[in-house]
Design a protein around this ligand. Structure first.
Ligand code: ADP
Ligand code: MG
Length: 498
């Protein structure tokens, strides 16, 4: 059945070839490990601190006569994820055996879902910069989400002549999330993975940590002339970083374009991305593809639940990034861009709200994004490891806003907080950083600076623009503590300019 076209061609996505423009088409199958203490069909733990084969039950080792028992927590997490993807929840779904032989798969089949998955069609909204640098919303269709078991791991590097198998992963619950072929560029592919990861983390249904391998993507790539039907695709297996996903798409699109422009044809095949070389290479062709002989697993009943169960889960969902983004714009007056940055990570969004509560939202966003996130980035620290708490940053803004310290001193105090920790009030007190608003003290400084620069002062009476220079000198003389508005007013008065 031909796949329905969902999008108009956007010129910015076209890739120029030697014989004209090409469009890349991408669809993804993303595997996310379910956040659950126990495996999908056994009580064995899912944490991987232990030695090889420490977390393996008789079910995971596929001992004869063992029977799988569904873990309700995994079902719950799959439904919650489906709701977060605005998807159809199927109240009747079926586990199927996907048969293949591999040493790290002791059952000889993987228990997965085939034609009756637990979650049907949904949508992920991603934002990508358009030709003008504005953010463009792209709606990416979700085809389905199903539950399945992970396999074990073969170890070939432990012994010169033997291979070993570690079954700790065997039977761990995965959610496979399949997108429609709605993505049209490497940037969109990266934005999709990023957004999916954010949603999973907001929901707490997967740690979605690509470095730890609990979020991996199989990326399907084809190219075509704009307006033509979809081309033959290649599938790039197990991409484990967002940056690699972008590189893999770009390389694969160029590879396919070169073949087609040379008069060749694309063979449907499975490829691997080699991050070292930045290229994809063939793993197996369509002819070598497995025949999985799917059939419903006779050891498991269909998964069924009622509408009330789904509704209760829907009620309990946290606010998701798209909703938070809209709320941040209306409640705090933030730009779309600032809202995007803040909601990309739930902990950052919470931190921001801790600072913004009862204060100027834009000012809070500027400090969190430009000062705090900038500093954390440079120190390679997460928001959880921030040396400055939301409460402390809020207190710093209060000191600036009530005139206790100047904006410049606020930055200095913030640097001290980052370095040494501590409350801004204490730092200001201990270091004598309070702003000088006392007119007498300011007048003395102004007189001193005017006296030291008598010639410039005469010129400034004719050229009031020079006042700025004098304000700078007085601020310097006060070590940044004078109130700049008061200095400015005093200078104008003394020089007799408006
Ligand atoms: P299969 O039945 O072989 O698993 P599907 O139709 O389910 O194939 O698609 C698998 C993945 O490949 C999906 O993510 C889908 O979006 C993507 N896909 C399908 N056709 C194309 C294509 N021509 N180009 C790029 N991606 C595609
Ligand atoms: Mg499929």
């Amino acid at each position: 059945m031909p796949i329905a076209e969902t999008r108009n061609t956007n010129p910015k996505n076209l890739i120029p070839g030697a014989t004209g423009d090409w469009e890349v088409v991408i669809g993804m199958e993303v595997h996310a490990q379910v956040a659950s203490k126990a495996k999908l069909f056994s009580g064995a733990p899912t944490d991987f601190g232990g030695a090889p084969n420490d977390h393996v039950s008789l079910v995971d080792a596929a001992m004869p006569g063992m029977l799988p028992v569904i873990n309700e927590e995994c079902v719950r997490q799959a439904i919650r994820t489906g709701l977060g993807l605005k998807a159809e929840i199927n109240r009747h779904s079926v586990f199927a055996r996907k048969n293949y032989f591999y040493p790290d798969l002791p059952q000889g089949y993987q228990i997965s879902q085939y034609d009756q998955p637990i979650v049907g069609e949904g949508t992920v909204v991603v934002e990508v910069p358009d030709a003008n640098g504005d953010m463009e919303e792209v709606r990416v269709g979700v085809e389905r989400l199903h539950l399945e078991q992970d396999a074990g791991k073969s170890l070939h590097d432990q012994h010169p002549s033997m291979s070993f198998v570690d079954l700790n992963r065997s039977g761990v619950a995965l959610m496979e999330i399949v997108s429609k072929p709605d993505l049209r560029s490497a940037d969109e592919a990266k934005a999709f993975l990023t957004k999916l990861r954010t949603i999973l983390r907001y929901l707490g249904t997967s740690d979605a940590d690509m470095e730890k391998g609990n979020l991996r993507a199989d990326i399907n790539v084809s190219v075509r002339r704009p307006g033509e039907p979809f081309g033959t695709r290649c599938e790039i297996k197990n991409v484990n970083s967002i940056r690699f996903a972008g590189q893999a798409v770009e390389h694969e699109a160029r590879r396919q374009i070169a073949i087609l422009e040379d008069g060749g044809a694309i063979e449907q095949e499975t490829r691997l991305f080699d991050p070292g070389r930045g290229e994809t290479r063939s793993m197996r062709s369509k002819e070598e593809a497995h025949d999985y002989r799917y059939f419903p697993d006779p050891d498991l009943l269909p998964v069924e639940f009622d509408e009330a169960y789904v509704e209760a889960l829907r009620e309990g969902l946290p606010e998701l990034p798209d909703d938070k983004r809209v709320r941040f714009q209306s409640e705090y007056g933030l730009s779309a861009y600032d809202s995007d940055v803040l909601v990309a990570d739930r902990a950052i969004a919470n931190f921001f709200e801790g600072v913004a509560h009862g204060r100027d939202g834009k000012q809070a966003a500027n400090w969190v994004i430009n000062e705090l996130l900038g500093a954390l980035n440079r120190a390679d620290k997460s928001i959880e490891a921030s040396p400055v708490s939301a409460h402390q940053l809020g207190a710093l803004l209060d000191l600036q806003n009530d005139g206790t310290i100047s904006g410049k001193i606020a930055k200095e105090v913030f640097d001290i907080m980052l370095q040494d920790g501590g409350d801004p009030g204490d730092i200001v007190e201990a270091r004598g950083l309070k702003q000088v608003t006392d007119t007498g003290a300011i007048e003395a400084l102004v007189d001193q600076v005017l006296g030291d620069n008598a010639e410039k002062a005469t010129q400034a009476k004719e050229k009031p623009a020079m006042i700025g220079w004098f304000v700078g000198q007085v601020m310097k003389a006060s070590q940044g503590k004078a109130n700049p508005q008061a200095v400015n007013a005093m200078l104008k008065e003394k020089l007799g300019v408006e």
